[in-house]
Design a protein around this ligand. Structure first.
Ligand code: COI
Length: 362
């Protein structure tokens, strides 16, 4: 096993500041004292495994990432259990996914061992930054953001021969400012996120960049998130700007769009499908149309909708809004939505037995 050298930050943030931040961190606004780093070159592979002080990166202005967006990332969380121990959730799935993303973006593969050890090395160094959740519904955690960038200084368009991998960490509360208050979603009809054969399934910055204008359109229309459909017919539901979408039917089906090359294979999405039978729900992955959601909601066959992802956990959806119709599920979180949310959080925070062996100690 390759050990990470630990270079301690000699000026960590004062304990009082850290404890204050942890009380109400919001999402993605504060960062811990260290970051993990591994350097890759075509000649030497991955080397120089380190945890070092968090701080700005020095990159050449000609580094490929700035020009051709050769970049990928991941998102997962560290959870503090009641006994003080710190755990993460299904990290091997993130390791597999970062390598699928890496393949699509012509970046090097990273071993599952290096990926998981980078999380362990960083979280054990910055353990004091992992929040302690208060109540059962509290979703405070340390959000972990591994990412890989093309750092070779070169303006030709080809895969970079030099790459840097980092992990940074950020104490986090709910992704949406309202917590579990249901959010409204804007249906993007003009702007697409991803097309067939493209990078939609990969977790790369470009997908999120292409969602930003539509996300702005959503905000301009009073919505907190945007929903994308397939780029060809604008008929099939794909995913939200930064999370997957699920619907619950009156007769107990948990519906979500089947994976395709335009949909991210979310770890929360997969876990909810796995948990569904334990809550009396039948998981169904298939193509879903906007029309069937609209008709199902009107007839009472589709009774709940929610967003799911590592950052969003499970956030109920009140409305889907477009310029010519609205689907309204009301402002009260759905019963099955909340049951799934509780089941997932109970496992992640160690409040029930981890019968699926999903937790890994950091
Ligand atoms: C995550 O859920 O981890 C993501 O990367 C999505 C992003 C909207 C924060």
């Amino acid at each position: 096993m390759t050990e990470f050298a630990i270079l301690k930050n000699i000026q960590p943030q004062p304990e009082l500041v850290r404890e204050d931040i942890k009380k109400d961190p919001g999402f993605g606004q504060y960062f811990t004292d260290h970051m993990a780093h591994i350097r890759y070159t075509n000649e030497d592979g991955w080397q120089a495994h380190q945890v070092k002080p968090y701080g700005p990166l020095v990159l050449d202005p000609a580094a490929a990432v700035f020009h051709y967006a050769q970049e990928i990332f991941e998102g997962l969380k560290a959870y503090r259990h009641a006994d003080g121990s710190v755990w993460t959730f299904r990290p091997e799935r993130n390791a597999t996914r970062i390598n699928r993303s890496a393949e699509r973006l012509a970046l090097p593969q990273i071993s599952e061992e290096d990926f998981i050890n980078s999380l362990k090395a960083l979280v054990s160094t910055d353990e004091a930054w992992v929040p302690t959740p208060g109540t059962d519904g509290d979703e405070s955690s340390l959000y972990l953001r591994p990412f890989m960038i093309a750092s070779e200084r070169f303006l030709g368009v080809r895969a970079s021969h030099e790459v840097d991998y980092y992990v940074i960490a950020s104490p986090a509360g709910p992704y949406f400012a309202g917590g579990i208050k249901p959010v409204s979603i804007w249906l993007s009809k003009r702007l697409n996120r991803a097309g067939s054969g493209g990078t939609g399934f990969a977790k790369c910055g470009g997908n999120y960049a292409s969602s930003l204008l539509a996300q702005k359109e959503a905000a301009d229309n009073g919505c907190q998130q945007v929903l994308f459909t397939d780029a060809e017919e604008h008929k099939y539901i794909d995913e939200l700007g930064g999370m997957n979408l699920m619907l619950v039917t009156k007769d107990g089906q948990l519906l979500t769009p089947a994976l395709s090359d335009t949909i991210l294979d979310g770890v929360t999405r997969r876990s909810l499908l796995d948990l569904a039978p334990e809550l009396g729900l039948e998981p169904v992955e298939r193509q879903l149309t906007i029309d069937e959601w609209r008709e199902g909601a009107a007839s009472g066959d589709i009774v709940e909708a929610f967003a799911c992802g590592t950052a969003a956990v499970i956030t109920p959806i009140s409305k889907l809004v477009s310029d010519d119709f609205t689907i309204d599920h009301g402002d009260t979180p759905g019963e099955k939505t909340m049951a799934l949310r509780k089941a997932l959080l109970d496992i992640q925070y160690g409040r029930v037995e981890d019968t699926h062996n999903w937790l890994v100690r950091l």
